[in-house]
Design a protein around this ligand. Structure first.
Ligand code: ATP
Length: 252
């Protein structure tokens, strides 16, 4: 397994507040890596330091062998980061927005191919504000693909989406992995992390308290004698919803 992100003894101090307390981890090339943890655990801080958007207090961060301390510009060329929705000019359509971003990156792009890769090719002439929540998220992933990145970073990509839209986004993220893109994401949905992530790191209070495959973490819990204290049924309400609210994935 080849490492594409290597974080060693990373610290971040905001004035008197120690937000990240000396964490170390590797992300492997081509995996979907999840960063989990309660609000305030330090996930966004860690991601933004790797993305070269925030400075660190100490430690070493290498991205594809490049050091954030002296190669931020080169790192930016090989990563894709989701933009905040506020950056999407309301009166431009999706195709025009992609062209605009491509211009910022100084890249030639095939907008149809990019929109097709996120299943939005038939909405090329739609404005961002006319999209559903799921389509907006897919479009924001499209914007991360403009520079053909090796790694993309997704901060809570499915928050607020309905169950079908979430699954559609999971499929999209798995497709990216098939194309050898490494995906680093944060999520508060444990079912999402379990289904989607090859490995997860759980952060708490600025430390990594667990790091493994979801299955290995579950097995460790069961081996410790965990008793769920509830009856486990073979289906849940989400399964009911997915079965009866069966509108087409294209519509989400
Ligand atoms: P969430 O799940 O809520 O997004 P998170 O795990 O991403 O949380 P961070 O956003 O990294 O957490 O924040 C970690 C801690 O650092 C929090 O206590 C937060 O208040 C603090 N923090 C974040 N940014 C700053 C800042 N610019 N100045 C001061 N403190 C900050």
């Amino acid at each position: 397994m080849q490492s594409i992100i290597s974080v060693t003894n990373l610290h971040k101090q905001y004035n008197n507040y120690h937000a990240v307390k000396g964490i170390s981890f590797e992300v492997y090339q081509g995996e979907i890596f999840g960063l989990l943890g309660s609000n305030g655990a330090g996930k966004t801080t860690t991601l933004e330091i790797i993305e070269t958007l925030r400075t660190k207090t100490s430690g070493t961060v290498l991205v594809d062998g490049l050091d954030v301390d002296n190669a931020a510009d080169e790192i930016k060329k090989i990563i894709g980061v989701q933009l905040q929705a506020a950056g999407y000019y309301p009166n431009l359509n999706l195709s025009e927005l992609l062209h605009l971003f491509a211009g910022l990156y100084n890249h030639q792009i095939d907008t149809h191919a990019i929109l097709k890769s996120v299943n939005l090719h038939d909405r090329a002439k739609a404005k961002y504000k006319e999209l559903s929540g799921g389509q907006k998220q897919r479009f924001s992933i499209a914007t991360t693909l403009i520079n053909k990145p090796k790694i993309i970073f997704l901060d809570e990509p499915t928050t607020g989406l309905d169950p079908q839209a979430r699954r559609s986004l999971w499929d999209l993220i798995r497709d990216l992995r098939k194309q050898s893109v490494t995906v680093v994401l944060t999520t508060h949905y444990m079912d999402e992390a379990e289904s989607l992530c090859d490995r997860v790191a759980i952060m708490e209070g600025g430390n990594i308290i667990a790091l493994d495959t979801p299955q290995a973490l579950i097995d460790q819990l069961l081996a410790s004698g965990f008793d769920p204290r509830r009856e486990v049924k073979k289906a849940n309400l989400e399964d009911v919803f997915l079965k009866i609210a069966g509108h087409s994935i294209d519509a989400v």
